[in-house]
Design a protein around this ligand. Structure first.
Ligand code: ZN
Length: 97
């Protein structure tokens, strides 16, 4: 191994997860904090967990709420058009009678 080019290796680096679990492993960093580990990752727990470190989930929720509102508005518009068509039909029927 060449001298003075390799970082220090910590055989017992402390890894701390946001769920509270901590364990040791080998790393060039002494301490590492992580967002998910094998104790809390949905793949291992089978439960759903949302990790939102950059606000992307909130952004998605906002967008989908807005989309739902627009859809409702469009649906109500359509029903207004249908009502209008019905009114016209009724008038025509009256004029025929
Ligand atoms: Zn964890």
């Amino acid at each position: 191994m060449k001298k003075d080019i390799h970082p220090d290796y910590h055989k017992q680096a402390k890894i701390t997860c946001s769920c509270g679990v901590d364990f040791a492993t080998g790393s060039t960093r002494e301490e590492i904090s992580i967002e998910t580990c094998s104790q809390c990752h949905p793949f291992f727990t089978g439960k759903q967990k949302i990790i939102d470190s950059t606000g992307r989930v909130d952004r998605f929720k906002k967008i989908s709420d807005r989309a739902a509102k627009t859809k409702e508005e469009r649906a109500s518009l359509k029903s207004k058009e249908e009502k209008k068509a019905e009114r016209i039909r009724n008038k025509e029927e009256k004029s025929l009678a």
